[in-house]
Design a binder for this molecule. Structure first.
Ligand SMILES: [Fe+2]
Length: 287
C-alpha cells in the first residue's frame, strides 16, 4: 500500500488524506481503507488535486457505481456522470445547477435506495461563504440520552418528497401526476446501521421527513426539530472552507450536509460532483 496518512479535520468528524494522488488508479487496499475512513469519520478531504473530469469519474467509480443526474442539462458535456454545481452564467445560460440545498439533508434520502455518497471537486470558489457544512449523525446519535436512542431505534421515518416540495417550493412549478408517482413516500429506519463498520447513525434530515410512523405530523415535526437542533450543533459539525483543487467525499449513510450562502451575484463558484449509488438503509438492533 502506498504510504497514506490521515489527520483529523475535527474531533468528531472528518479526515484529511495525505499521500494520495487521485489522478492515479486506486488499489483495492487503499479503496478499502478509504471506505473504512468514510464509515468511521463521515467525510474525507484531499487537497490540491489537479484531476481531469475523466480522472474524477475513475476515482468515484472505484468507490462504487455512479448515478446519472436527472437534470441532464447541468451535466458536463461528454461526461454525464459529472453534475456541475455553479452560479456562473456563460453565453446567457447557467453552466450548472445553482444554489444547492441550504437545509441539512442526505442525498436522495427520499428514494428506496438513497445514494451512498458524493465526490465534489472544487474548480472555483468565492473568498467568503459557499462553505459546505457536514454533520456526523453517528457521533450525534451516540451522544443522545439512552432513552432517546432506544425510542429512535424503534422508529421508521416517512420521507415524503411531494409533501415537502408542495410545502416548500411555492416558487417552483407544480409537480405533474407522473412526476409525483415516481417519488411516493418511503419509510426508512430512523437509525441506520453502517454496512462497513456496523455503527448506528441517525437517518433524518431537515427536509422530506414528514413523520415517524404512528406519530402525528405535528408531534413528529416537534421531535425532529429537537433532535436536529442537537445533532447540528458545533460538536458534530465540520464546515468545509473550499479551495480550488479540493476533493471532498462524504458518506450519506452516516452524515447530513448543507450548502452555506455566498454572494451569488458578485463571485464565482464552480464544482464538479459525482454521486455514488447506494443501497436501502437497514437497522441491525444486535449491532
Ligand atoms: Fe446534497
Amino acid at each position: 500500500m502506498a504510504d497514506i496518512e490521515f489527520s483529523e479535520l475535527k474531533a468528531n468528524i472528518g479526515s484529511e488524506v495525505h499521500g494520495l494522488n487521485l489522478s492515479e488508479p486506486l488499489s483495492e487496499a487503499i479503496r478499502d481503507r478509504l471506505m473504512r475512513e468514510l464509515a468511521d469519520r463521515c467525510v474525507v478531504l484531499f487537497k490540491a488535486q489537479d484531476i481531469t473530469p475523466a480522472q474524477h469519474i475513475d476515482f468515484s467509480r472505484a468507490l462504487g457505481p455512479l448515478e446519472e443526474h436527472v437534470l441532464s442539462n447541468f451535466c458536463l458535456p461528454g461526461h454525464p456522470e459529472i453534475f456541475v454545481v455553479s452560479n456562473i452564467v456563460e453565453n446567457g445560460r447557467h453552466v450548472g445547477a445553482f444554489g444547492g440545498s441550504k437545509q441539512y439533508h442526505s442525498d436522495l434520502a427520499y428514494n428506496e435506495a438513497p445514494s451512498m455518497g458524493s465526490v465534489f471537486h472544487c474548480l472555483e470558489c468565492p473568498e467568503e461563504g459557499g462553505e459546505t457544512a457536514i454533520v456526523s449523525m453517528s457521533a450525534a446519535f451516540a451522544a443522545l440520552p439512552e432513552e432517546r436512542r432506544d425510542w429512535l431505534s424503534k422508529q421508521r421515518a416517512v420521507f415524503d418528497y411531494v409533501w415537502y416540495y408542495e410545502g416548500a417550493h411555492h416558487d417552483r412549478p407544480a409537480l405533474s401526476e407522473a412526476q409525483k408517482s415516481r417519488v411516493p413516500p418511503v419509510a426508512h429506519p430512523a437509525v441506520r446501521t453502517h454496512p462497513v463498520n456496523g455503527c448506528p447513525s441517525l437517518f433524518l434530515s431537515e427536509v422530506w421527513v414528514r413523520r415517524f410512523e404512528g406519530v402525528s405530523d405535528d408531534e413528529s415535526q416537534k421531535i425532529l426539530a429537537e433532535i436536529l437542533e442537537f445533532a447540528t450543533g458545533p460538536d458534530f459539525t465540520y464546515v468545509h472552507k473550499w479551495a480550488p483543487g479540493d476533493v471532498l467525499v462524504w458518506d450519506n449513510r452516516n452524515s447530513i450536509h448543507k450548502a452555506c450562502p455566498f454572494d451569488e451575484e458578485g463571485t464565482r463558484r464552480r464544482m464538479h460532483r459525482t454521486t455514488i449509488k447506494g443501497t436501502a438503509p437497514y437497522f441491525n438492533a444486535a449491532a
